[in-house]
Design a protein around this ligand. Structure first.
Ligand SMILES: [Zn+2]
Length: 107
């Protein structure tokens, strides 16, 4: 709960909400894994034209490395959405979380 409060202060996403937070072993060390979910009314953004489009599908869960929290490495865990743009077709939705490093999920 405290971590969520802090995250909402420093890294507030317009289109996402924080879900559960747990400690998992990532790459052999304990790390914080923070689930993020799109807001229920949010639609993904086409990376080509910047328009909000309908959801085509969701990709498997991925981890996005975030800044360390205390001494823990921290990751956002998210199943990225693909957009169905009437002009540009099916593309990965553009989102601010993509600025974080994407690493394969080991599960
Ligand atoms: Zn588009």
């Amino acid at each position: 709960m405290l971590i969520k409060t802090l995250l909402n202060k420093v890294e507030r996403f317009k289109s996402f909400v924080y879900g559960s937070i747990c400690v998992e072993i990532i790459g052999g060390i304990e790390a914080l894994v923070i689930d993020i979910e799109p807001r229920s009314n949010s639609r993904p953004i086409c990376p080509a034209c910047g328009k909000r489009c309908s959801v085509y599908d969701r990709q498997p869960l991925r981890l996005f490395e975030y800044l360390p929290i205390w001494s823990f490495k921290a990751y956002f865990r998210y199943a990225p959405r693909r957009v169905n743009c009437p002009v540009h077709g099916t593309k990965m939705g553009r989102s601010s979380y993509l600025k974080f490093r994407n690493i394969p999920h080991e599960k």
